[in-house]
Design a binder for this molecule. Structure first.
Ligand code: GRF
Length: 197
């Protein structure tokens, strides 16, 4: 990672965002990326879902995007890697991307893939985090930005933000509260990792 930071000290990191759904984190990262202080420039978007609402932001901000359905994961990942190389992508940010990338893919971008997860990792890896946190009577949940390694939601943690769970919270209301914090946390994590002091 240090190498990446060192070699790209004065230019914004060419970043690809991977999405699957509503893309609110993606939208938020676009807004962040066009600020002067941002260490990233978003130049490519991958979605596994052609109906992902988030794709409207790629269109609105004229960012190239491509759909890979992951029906044949090996073939699609190979194609994605070719595209990322062609576009000289430095960094991948997963933002609500619902497919699990293979070990081989992750190895090719070792230390250069980040993810945001809606729980206080290592608690509640995987899906349905809010429902599980509420059922377990947790007092807090939150979100985590972490590096992606070959084990699901287990890479090194970069930043976390706690969110209080109230007695009235449902998985939906908690998701909204956590999402709001995700939008603050992802840019903060990128700044922490890549901005010059
Ligand atoms: C976010 O809570 C993200 O952490 C999770 O899925 C949700 C996606 O939201 N993986 P969006 O697509 O960024 O709006």
């Amino acid at each position: 990672m240090e190498k990446l930071i060192g070699s790209k000290k004065f230019t914004k990191l060419k970043t690809a965002i991977f999405i699957s759904g509503s893309g609110s984190n993606f939208h938020n990262l676009i807004k962040f990326s066009i600020t002067k202080k941002s260490p990233i420039k978003i130049t490519y978007v991958i979605s596994n879902n052609s109906k992902a609402k988030g794709l409207c932001f790629a269109k609105k901000f004229k960012i190239s995007f491509k759909i890979f359905r992951f029906r044949n994961k090996i073939r699609d990942e190979k194609e994605i890697l070719i595209n990322l190389k062609k576009r000289k992508i430095d960094l991948i940010c997963l933002a609500g991307f619902m497919k699990i990338l293979s070990k081989n893919f992750i190895k090719k971008f070792d230390g250069k893939i980040l993810n945001i997860h809606p729980s206080l990792l290592p608690k509640y890896k995987g899906l349905n985090t809010h429902l599980r946190a509420i059922r377990n009577n947790e007092k807090f949940s939150g979100c985590t930005v972490h590096f992606v390694n070959s084990k699901l939601d287990s890479g090194k943690i970069i930043l976390q933000k706690k969110v209080r769970i109230s007695k009235k919270d449902t998985p939906n209301t908690l998701a909204k509260k956590v999402l709001k914090q995700e939008h603050i946390l992802y840019p903060k994590a990128l700044t922490k990792l890549f901005s010059n002091p």
